[in-house]
Design a protein around this ligand. Structure first.
Ligand code: SAH
Length: 228
C-alpha cells in the first residue's frame, strides 16, 4: 500500500510510514558508496523520495537509480546527488540556489541541510508538480521559481551555495555574480551528454575552479546554456 499522507518533515520515523525500512537501506547503500557527511545521510534518511516520483515507478523510489519524472527529465541517482550536496559542505545556515528543480527531491534534501533554498525550473509543469510534492513532504523552507536558471535569480542573491542539476557548455556568468564571498558553485560543464563536474569557489584571491570528475547530466537549456 502507498501511504497518501505523511506527517510532515522527517517522514522517516512516523507511524504508518511503510517506506522507512527502504530509506534506511538506501542510506546504507550511500554509506557503502563512500558518503560520510552525517548531515547528508540524515537528510536522505528523512526525505520521502517516493513522494517525488510518478506512481508508476514508486516501487523503485528507494533504489539507487535515476528514474523518469516526465517531460523527458529524470530524478538523478541518489548516490550522485549525495556526492553533490556533500561537496557544498553545508552547515545549516546557508541560502542556497538550485538550478533544475526537476522532481523537487534534491531541493528537499538541500532544505534539510541549509536555512533557505530557492530552486529554479524552466519547465512549468515540473515546477508545479515539484511544489506540490514539497508541500506534501512538509518542506517549508524551499521555494520553487519558474524561469531560466542560467540567469540565476537576482532578487534573492547573493547565495552561499549554488547547485546546478543540468549540464551546460559554460559557467553562466550571472551565477558567479550571484555567489557570496566564500561561496561554492557546483555545475557540470561540457558537451551535451559528457561533462566535467566543476566546483567553483569564490575566495579572497578570486575564483578557483576545481574539477571533480566526469558527469552525465541532462542539458542546461537557456540564455547561458544550450539551445532548446
Ligand atoms: N534535481 C532534480 C533533477 C534535475 S534534472 C531532482 O532531484 O529531481 C534537470 C532539470 O533541469 C530538469 O528538470 C530540466 O527541466 C531543468 N533545467 C534545464 N535547464 C534549465 C534552466 N536553464 N533553468 C532551470 N531549469 C533547467
Amino acid at each position: 500500500m502507498v501511504p497518501r499522507r505523511l506527517s510532515g518533515r522527517g517522514a522517516g520515523g512516523g507511524a504508518g510510514d511503510t517506506y522507512a525500512g527502504y530509506r534506511t537501506r538506501l542510506v546504507e547503500t550511500l554509506r557503502a558508496k563512500g558518503i560520510r557527511d552525517l548531515a547528508v545521510l540524515k537528510a536522505f534518511a528523512e526525505t520521502p523520495r517516493h513522494l517525488f516520483v510518478p506512481e508508476a515507478v514508486r516501487h523503485r523510489a528507494y533504489e539507487d537509480v535515476a528514474l523518469p519524472i516526465g517531460n523527458g527529465q529524470t530524478i538523478s541517482q541518489p548516490s550522485t546527488q549525495a556526492r553533490h550536496v556533500e561537496a557544498l559542505r553545508l552547515t545549516g545556515r546557508e541560502r542556497v540556489l538550485e538550478i533544475g528543480t526537476g522532481s523537487g527531491y534534491q531541493a528537499a534534501l538541500l532544505g534539510a541541510l541549509a536555512a533557505t533554498v530557492l530552486s529554479v525550473e524552466r519547465v512549468q509543469t515540473l515546477a508545479r508538480t515539484a511544489q506540490l510534492a514539497l508541500r506534501e513532504a512538509g518542506v517549508t523552507n524551499v521555494s520553487v521559481l519558474h524561469g531560466d536558471g542560467t540567469l540565476g535569480w537576482s532578487a534573492y542573491a547573493p547565495y552561499d551555495a549554488i547547485l546546478v542539476a543540468a549540464g551546460g557548455p559554460e559557467i553562466p556568468p550571472p551565477l558567479v555574480e550571484q555567489l557570496s564571498p566564500g561561496g561554492r558553485l557546483l555545475i557540470p560543464v561540457g558537451a551535451r551528454g559528457a561533462q566535467i563536474l566543476t566546483l567553483v569557489e569564490r575566495g579572497d584571491a578570486g575564483l578557483r575552479r576545481i574539477p571533480l570528475g566526469e558527469a552525465r547530466f541532462v542539458p542546461l537549456v537557456g540564455e547561458h546554456g544550450f539551445d532548446a
